[in-house]
Design a protein around this ligand. Structure first.
Ligand SMILES: NC(=O)c1ccc[n+]([C@@H]2O[C@H](COP(=O)([O-])OP(=O)(O)OC[C@H]3O[C@@H](n4cnc5c(N)ncnc54)[C@H](O)[C@@H]3O)[C@@H](O)[C@H]2O)c1
Length: 344
């Protein structure tokens, strides 16, 4: 059976996911597209075999030829489309963020709970990255004892002019926030943001880098160095310190070259290169689950929790203080999530 997918928002990542669905993965096809920029949507549709063009997201979701929906429009528009897909009883993959406010995320959680089954997957693709999974298996079963701390780095070579210090939290560190929740199968209890010496490459008024300290409920501390003008490459690092050993993301998925008394390897140029396989694996998992009429991976609860932690991070950036994170009660629907297997 082929899953007929409708894509809302055909900008950068929307087009990349369409390429993935059309040319890389099996079991799905792009049946329809839409975008607030209809000319862009038309150009994309023209390049696809038999893809319909819709004037609005609502129309696309209502199309009986669309089995499942991908939302890759701008963050503030996600809530409307995810709620409409849930109301139409269609599986939906929503790029992060699930929604941009705690209240909007909560409305999605309520709608899914009312539907009585999972319909929403959020695009936190690091959970599908081979290196992160190797780290997770080691802390779960690798005999290195209970985790105590994690040191992480999220370094972008550069960012566009519209990027702000807030976006270092909302757009970059949000991935580390989700990764910490997933790796330790735990919620984040508080956030502190420190502002080191400002990089001379940052625009005036821009705090870059930031040091974000996440306190897990268990007491594990996660420090994230987030910098977006690092210049040299897209460098994602992570080391977990446990009671009897450490485990860290491997330095390079490619080859290490030894030559003339030195060794060297490739550092990815950007997030597309670093996480390309993770995006593929993530989408294949979604296609499989959606075809079976269910969902998998990062849930609406995960999207909700990430947004609440980001809000605490923004408050901490402004106050300079430790900001506690308060989550609503977790609905039963999310308590037996098979993608969250770690227990300690
Ligand atoms: N998982 C990741 O690492 C990752 C990476 C990049 C982007 N994203 C997320 O994907 C989303 C899209 O990002 P992007 O970089 O592709 O942005 P983009 O600006 O390139 O594309 C967004 C598209 O959505 C369209 N759009 C805006 N409002 C709309 C609406 N109301 N209805 C329909 N279409 C609408 C725009 O016209 C544009 O074509 C964002 O939420 C972003 O955070 C996630």
């Amino acid at each position: 059976m082929t899953l007929n997918v409708g894509v809302i928002g055909v900008g950068m990542i929307g087009q990349d996911h369409i390429r993935r669905l059309t040319h890389v993965l099996s079991g799905a096809r792009v049946a329809a597209v839409t975008d607030v920029d209809l000319d862009r949507a038309r150009t994309v549709a023209d390049d696809l075999p038999d893809a319909g063009l819709h004037a609005s997201g609502a129309e696309l979701i209502a199309d009986p030829g669309v089995d499942a929906v991908v939302v890759t429009s701008w963050g503030p528009t996600h809530e409307e489309y995810v709620l409409a897909a849930v109301a139409a009883d269609k599986q939906v993959f929503c790029e992060k963020p699930l929604a941009t406010t705690e209240e909007a995320c909560s409305r999605i959680v309520d709608a899914e709970v009312a539907a009585g089954r999972r319909l929403v997957m959020v695009g936190f693709m690091r959970r599908y990255d081979a290196q992160y999974n190797a780290v997770k298996s080691t802390i779960v079963g690798g005999g290195i004892g209970l985790p105590l701390m994690m040191h992480a780095s999220h370094r972008n070579p550069s960012v566009p002019d519209f990027f702000t210090s807030d976006m270092i939290i909302n757009d970059s560190t949000v991935h580390d926030i989700d990764t910490a929740r997933w790796l330790f199968d735990d919620e984040i209890a508080a956030v502190t943001v420190l502002k080191p010496r400002v990089s001379s490459k940052a625009r005036p008024g821009f705090n870059d880098p930031l040091l974000v300290l996440l306190e897990m409920s268990s007491g594990v501390l996660v420090d994230v160095e987030a910098s977006v003008n690092s210049g040299f490459a897209y460098d994602i690092r992570g080391e977990i310190v446990c009671e009897d050993g450490t485990v860290e993301l491997s330095e390079s998925a490619g080859a290490i070259v030894k030559k003339a008394g030195h060794f060297s390897g490739r550092v990815p140029a950007d997030w597309r290169e670093r996480f390309s396989r993770a995006f593929d694996t993530e989408f294949q998992a979604w296609i499989g689950a959606a075809t079976a009429g269910t969902s998998t991976g990062p849930s609406a609860w995960d999207g909700y929790a990430a947004t609440v932690v980001c809000d605490a991070g923004l408050a901490a950036l402004r106050s300079g203080a430790r900001e506690p994170v308060t989550l609503r009660d977790k609905p039963d629907l999310y308590k037996s999530d098979p993608s969250r297997e770690t227990r300690w």
